[in-house]
Design a protein around this ligand. Structure first.
Ligand code: ADQ
Length: 484
């Protein structure tokens, strides 16, 4: 079967708009795994990308998108939002309701603004109308993430012949949490308007199946393995666990560049060759940063012999700073860093080095190279790419990955690889950290080799191919199943 043209549909377009010194708008390709994986696929097949242009403005920047489309080899179709829509749809419904609920933190949900749901529906409708107006009916729409769960249903109301697939980048919650959502049935029914709905892990997929069985009990699920099939009313929907990954080759390549190795050596010198423990996260309450800092405090209390022997570097990427909850979290983290440093610092040494900034990828790789231990402890995470990036950069196979059992990445990296921890168990994390500081090189190498091999085989291109193969295979039996 020949594959149809493809459109990627995501909240944001894969470009960054900014004003230069002369006050003119400029456009550049954005960074990130999704753009890296999808851009060549779209270029080769001829395709398009539909998304918000990132501007809550009435200014006309359409000519910039046209020029970019010509150069990039695929079309950009911007969706324009008003500031009110942006607030209600993005900051409101997506990030104050869906984000905490799907990360198993329902008490953080703000269910009390009925406008949020209206804006979420309106913006999803706007996406559906843009697709219907701009793209031929034969285009296969690959819709991404929790912001756009209604698009397929709305599009198929306009034109029932439209075909869509969906990938969720965050976890899917168990029924106990999902059922709290006032709009639960509409969302679930809308997801069943796709031909394929895919998640990072089997756990997410099973949660989704359990919600189907609870809210749409007539659904019949059949099949085994990573991809199964659900029949609901007249629809047949493939449901899959297809874990996202990174551009492994690109990270290993960067990590091998002489200037990056040099930068990593300079970091080791700056930290006087102590054992370096690294945390790298977007500022978010799901990432478990206060708990991580508390575990470090506990380890330093219980193991005075490790004081002055380690340095913990926490890099925090600014995120959602306009939201009060995120500003509070930042203050909480900074207070904890100050307290712990105040408690243990000695002349010339303090345990925590904290950086709040965006980091160019090359610099990030030099930190991955310098760090002996990567400390990744989200309370819940769809996948966590930082864990995979760290492993890809460890070309000599040394280094220890401490990983939350509630990160999607744990499903792939737990067997003889990462040291798994429960991020709510501060004592358990302190023990794991102490054990990681003592881990013999031979054991480090065995574990790291294993993880690197898994990530190398299942990289971002593998993820993209697997999704599209699953979407376009004629029969379930034709879909290649992923080996471990
Ligand atoms: P995120 O929650 O953003 O992604 P993650 O998967 O860890 O989380 O990706 C973060 C990305 O930001 C990494 O690629 C990392 O290199 C980059 N980064 C980290 N620190 C940086 C810094 N200081 N400056 C610049 N960039 C930095 C969501 C989900 C995840 C899921 C991904 C992909 O929440 O669970 O893994 O999507 O599906």
């Amino acid at each position: 079967m020949t594959s149809p043209q493809l459109a990627v549909v995501s909240n944001r377009l894969p470009v960054r708009l900014s004003k230069n010194d002369d006050g003119q708008w400029t456009l550049a390709q954005g960074a990130g795994g999704l753009v890296t994986a999808m851009a060549p696929v779209l270029r080769n097949r001829g395709g398009s990308w539909v998304g918000w242009n990132g501007l809550a403005t009435e200014e006309d920047v359409s000519s910039l998108f046209e020029t970019f489309s010509k150069q990039a080899g695929y079309e950009l179709h911007p969706v324009q939002l008003t500031p009110e829509q942006e607030h209600g749809f993005y900051a409101g419904f997506s990030n104050e309701i869906l984000w905490p609920l799907f990360h198993d933190l329902p008490t953080r949900c703000n269910f009390y603004k009925p406008d949020y749901w209206r804006h979420y529906r309106d913006v999803n409708q706007l996406f559906a109308e843009t697709i219907a107006a701009k793209l031929p009916a034969s285009t296969y729409c690959w819709v991404h993430d929790y912001h756009l769960m209604l698009v397929a249903g709305m599009l198929r109301k306009i034109d029932p012949t439209r075909r869509c697939g969906f990938f969720l980048h965050i976890p899917f919650p168990p029924p106990d949490n999902f059922l709290k959502l006032p709009w639960r049935k509409e969302l679930l029914q809308a997801l069943m308007e796709h031909e394929l709905v895919a998640f990072h892990t089997l756990r997410d997929r099973r949660n989704f199946e359990a919600c189907l069985q609870s809210l749409l009990p007539k659904t019949v699920i059949r099949g085994r393995g990573a991809i199964v099939q659900a029949r609901y009313e007249s629809r047949t929907v493939r449901i899959g666990a297809i874990p996202i990954s990174i551009d492994y080759k690109s990270f290993t390549h960067t990590a091998g560049l002489p200037e990056i190795k040099e930068a990593a050596h300079s970091l080791a010198d700056a930290y006087e060759h102590r054992t370096l423990i690294l945390g790298v996260d977007r500022l978010d309450y799901t990432k478990g940063i206060p708990e991580r800092l508390e575990s470090l405090r506990l380890m330093l209390q219980q193991h005075p012999e490790l004081r002055e022997k380690i340095s913990f570097i926490q890099v925090l990427v600014p995120s959602r700073e306009d939201v009060g909850e995120y500003r509070h979290l930042k203050m909480e983290i900074e207070q904890l860093v100050g307290e712990i440093n105040g408690q243990f610092a000695t002349p010339g040494w303090s345990p925590i080095h904290y950086q709040y900034r965006n980091m160019p990828r090359e610099e990030l790789v030099s930190y991955y190279l310098a760090a002996h231990i990567m400390f990744v402890t989200p309370l819940r995470d769809g996948m966590n790419l930082v864990a995979k990036e760290y492993c890809a950069c460890r070309r000599n196979n040394t280094g220890v990955l401490i990983l939350s059992e509630f990160a999607g990445a744990a499903a792939q990296l737990q067997r003889d690889g990462a040291v798994l921890v429960n991020p709510f168990d501060v004592q358990g994390m302190a023990n794991a950290l102490q054990a990681a500081c003592m881990m013999p090189i031979a054991e480090q190498k065995r574990r790291m080799q294993h993880m690197r091999e898994t990530i190398r085989k299942h990289d971002i291109y593998f993820w993209c191919d697997t999704f599209l193969d699953t979407a376009f295979a004629l029969k379930l039996a034709d879909i290649p199943q992923m080996e471990d």
